[in-house]
Design a protein around this ligand. Structure first.
Ligand SMILES: [Zn+2]
Ligand SMILES: [Zn+2]
Length: 119
């Protein structure tokens, strides 16, 4: 008999992907490992205190002390920002594409940097 029933599985409201609610190095999964979207349910991680329920988009990646990656999620409905630990089974290609987004679309020409270095 499988330990996990379907009700225990996290089903993503954005992409429809499923994942086990625990494991992958996190006690409470708060974002989808496939599209990395989250749902605004918590005020602080795990408390389920928010009544917003909006979809939270992963907008950037930052590095915590010790080199651990975390995702910044922004709620589409209320605009709140949350920081969430990256789980071991998160889609690494999607993580990287979020991390390089500012470099892929720089607000200034990149050769500007080399000109600054020459001075
Ligand atoms: Zn998803
Ligand atoms: Zn919200």
């Amino acid at each position: 008999m499988p330990l996990n029933t379907t009700e225990n599985h996290f089903v993503c409201r954005v992409c429809g992907g499923t994942a086990a609610p625990t494991g992958a190095g996190t006690a409470h999964r708060n974002h989808c490992p496939h599209c990395l979207c989250s749902i605004h349910l918590d005020e602080t991680p795990g408390d389920r205190a928010s009544r917003c329920g909006g979809v939270m988009d992963p907008i950037c990646v930052w590095v915590r002390r010790g080199g651990e990656w975390a995702i910044i999620h922004r709620c589409r409905r209320c605009g709140v920002l949350h920081s969430n630990r990256v789980a071991a089974d998160d889609n690494s290609f999607r993580l990287l594409s979020i991390a390089v987004q500012p470099l892929a679309n720089p607000p200034f020409p990149l050769d500007y940097l080399s000109r600054m270095e020459d001075k």
